[in-house]
Design a protein around this ligand. Structure first.
Ligand code: FFO
Ligand code: ATP
Length: 195
């Protein structure tokens, strides 16, 4: 097979799916976000997680705010990402309320590191993964900085990709460092990727 340039291929897919995401109708998005939330809450990995590692969504991503609120109100530990400036690494910090968030890197809401505790136990829990799109094996296409690939290589809990069904493709190009989701949750289904 001809050698493929994964980076270039991913960059092209990223701009294609970014545009699709930005054009996604608001009303439809709200409906699908609610359906994804309902499915996610039924996962035994969510049910049993003592810590939920979840990103704080931006406008065009699957809305995670209700997930954050549910985790907080259910008494589980909630950890949200903080990008370490100037590096491709992120840490997770425990927050007790959405008021513990403030604008940080890349226009994201991030934990206030002065008042929040860093989460160092990465041995269990459920990590919710963002992505422009995913493939059927659970590989994801993110912003291309490798934050999640690096984090997941140190994380021993379960991971769940959340995504609209129309953003799940057959096969994404993937390289050595790419980590796939253990579970895929869309508005239509929950898929466990057996490995
Ligand atoms: N909501 C959310 N939080 C997340 C992620 C994510 O995908 N979504 N991440 C997943 O890795 C990490 C952050 N990774 C990111 C990597 C690059 C860009 C980025 O290039 N964003 C802009 C530029 C914004 C700016 O600098 O003002 C862009 O879209 O062009 C954003 C986040 C951790 N937190
Ligand atoms: N553990 C690692 N050690 C060294 N380099 C890594 C590691 N994980 C990922 N990378 C590098 O980081 C970059 C990640 O690019 P990739 O296109 O896979 O990102 P992505 O998964 O789409 O985005 P993101 O994880 O930022 O949401 C690649 O150049 C990859 O080689």
């Amino acid at each position: 097979m001809k050698h493929k340039n994964i980076k270039a291929e991913k960059a092209a897919l990223r701009s294609e799916y970014r545009a699709l995401r930005e054009a996604f109708p608001q009303e439809k998005k709200k409906k699908l976000d609610r359906m994804i939330l309902q499915k996610l809450l039924t996962l035994r990995e969510y049910e049993r997680a003592s810590t939920v590692f979840c990103y704080v969504s931006k406008e065009f991503e699957v809305n995670t705010i209700p997930i954050l609120e549910h985790t907080l109100s259910s008494g589980r530990r909630l950890a949200v990402p903080h990008c370490i400036p100037g590096t491709p690494y992120m840490d997770f910090y425990e927050i007790h309320s959405l008021d513990d968030l403030a604008p940080g890197s890349f226009g994201l809401l991030e934990p206030k590191t002065e008042v929040c505790q860093k989460v160092t136990d990465l041995s269990s829990g459920l990590c919710i993964l963002p992505g422009f799109c995913f493939d059927r094996q659970g590989y994801r296409l993110g912003y291309g900085k490798g934050y999640y690939d690096r984090f997941l290589s140190a994380f021993s809990g379960s991971s769940a990709g959340i995504c609209y069904t129309s953003f799940v493709v057959d096969v994404l190009p993937h390289g050595y460092f790419d980590r796939c989701a253990d579970i895929m949750v869309t508005e239509k289904y929950i898929h466990r990727l057996h490995r």
